[in-house]
Design a protein around this ligand. Structure first.
Ligand SMILES: [Cu+2]
Length: 144
């Protein structure tokens, strides 16, 4: 009986954290014609993020304002919980970032590597998720 109660409690806790995830808001800035940006947004939504998307024809001022240097730039730029997310960063890495809360500006996948979330196609190229800070320093956060 006690084991069953623990099982039920565990299930409730799991449900609860899933529901909490549904409330994680992320704001995405993208060009209105960017197809891979929309595909990345779908990837985020499938992973429980609550996405607000803003279309803009001029992404450079957005990247400058959020401290994304050209060497770290991709197509879309996003903000979540005070962090900047640049490019096709996998949702799992954003969740890890929000759990770990390191002292960085955010995460980036520079460029648009084939095979990253939103860039699915015939090819799967290796790519890295990088951290970056206000000075433009970066470290490897994950290898794919
Ligand atoms: Cu893209």
């Amino acid at each position: 009986m006690k084991q069953i109660r623990l099982l039920i409690l565990g299930t409730l806790l799991t449900l609860n954290s899933t529901l909490l995830w549904a409330g994680e808001s992320i704001t995405v800035y993208k060009s209105p014609t960017c197809g891979c940006c929309s595909a990345w947004i779908e990837h985020l939504e499938q992973n429980g993020f609550d996405v607000t998307a803003h279309d803009t024809t001029n992404m450079n001022p957005v990247k400058q304002a959020l401290g994304v240097q050209p060497k770290h730039a991709s197509c879309h730029t996003a903000e979540v919980a005070g962090y900047v997310i640049e490019g096709h960063v996998p949702a799992n890495e954003i969740k890890r970032l929000l759990a770990e809360r390191p002292a960085i500006s955010g995460l980036t996948v520079p460029g648009m590597p084939m095979g990253s979330p939103g860039m699915e196609g015939s090819r799967k190229d290796p790519y890295q998720v990088l951290t970056f800070d206000a000075e433009g320093n970066s470290t490897v956060y994950a290898d794919y």
